[in-house]
Write a protein that binds this ligand. Structure first.
Ligand code: 5GP
Length: 186
């Protein structure tokens, strides 16, 4: 039996398979490689949700780069945004004059990334782009938020896997699936 069978039982359906994800991540890596030719970007991973995507994406980008990590609070264990964004772990290095690419798992209301963009720009990055694995445009509250790189547009459903959690679980699922509402409504 599949070692993850217990976790898969909590899903209503699989939305994106690991093969589909790998193909898109490869394409995105190629695109970033072309766009940043001659540069040494700083890739910023937004912990913890983007960690799996980040690990795969950086290995598809054929450029010199540096890495940094940031943790912010968004949802706690609920499935709706609180609108309150807090920095739990800040970047280790200065980004003044750097070409920064923020790597996020999913853009939902856009509140989190909008806030992050503002604070990172204030620190003097020479350029700042957003790369997200998933986008839920139907739920956007920050209408003018520009997402520069995106792998998949998804419907309005709560998804887990490939780094995304519910109550800190499911991050290790290789695929992305829609979590059954019975899990968070009980
Ligand atoms: P926003 O500020 O755009 O509303 O929220 C972005 C953050 O909310 C994401 O980084 C992620 O942590 C969380 N989030 C939004 N939608 C989902 C979802 O469908 N599944 C999971 N696991 N997290 C989500």
């Amino acid at each position: 039996m599949d070692r993850n069978a217990g976790l898969y039982r909590d899903l209503d359906r699989i939305l994106l398979t690991k093969e589909e994800i790998a193909e898109k991540v490869r394409e995105l890596g190629k695109q970033i490689t072309r766009d940043y030719e001659g540069k040494t970007p700083v890739l910023v991973c937004i912990l913890k949700g983007a960690s799996v995507f980040f690990a795969d994406l950086i290995r598809e980008i054929e450029l010199p780069m540096t890495l940094d990590f940031m943790a912010i609070s968004s949802y706690g264990s609920a499935t709706k945004t609180s609108g309150v964004v807090r920095i739990l772990k800040d970047l280790d290095n200065d980004i003044l004059g750097k070409d920064v690419i923020v790597v996020e798992d999913i853009v939902d209301s856009g509140v989190t990334l909008n806030y992050l963009k503002q604070i990172l720009f204030q620190r003097g990055a020479s350029s700042l782009r957003i790369a997200t694995l998933l986008d839920k445009p139907a739920r956007r509250k920050v209408k003018d938020l520009k997402v520069d790189y995106m792998c998949f547009d998804i419907p309005d459903a709560f998804v887990v896997g490939y780094g995304l959690d519910y109550d800190q679980k499911y991050r290790n699922l290789p695929d992305i699936g829609v979590l059954s509402p019975r899990i968070y409504e009980k």
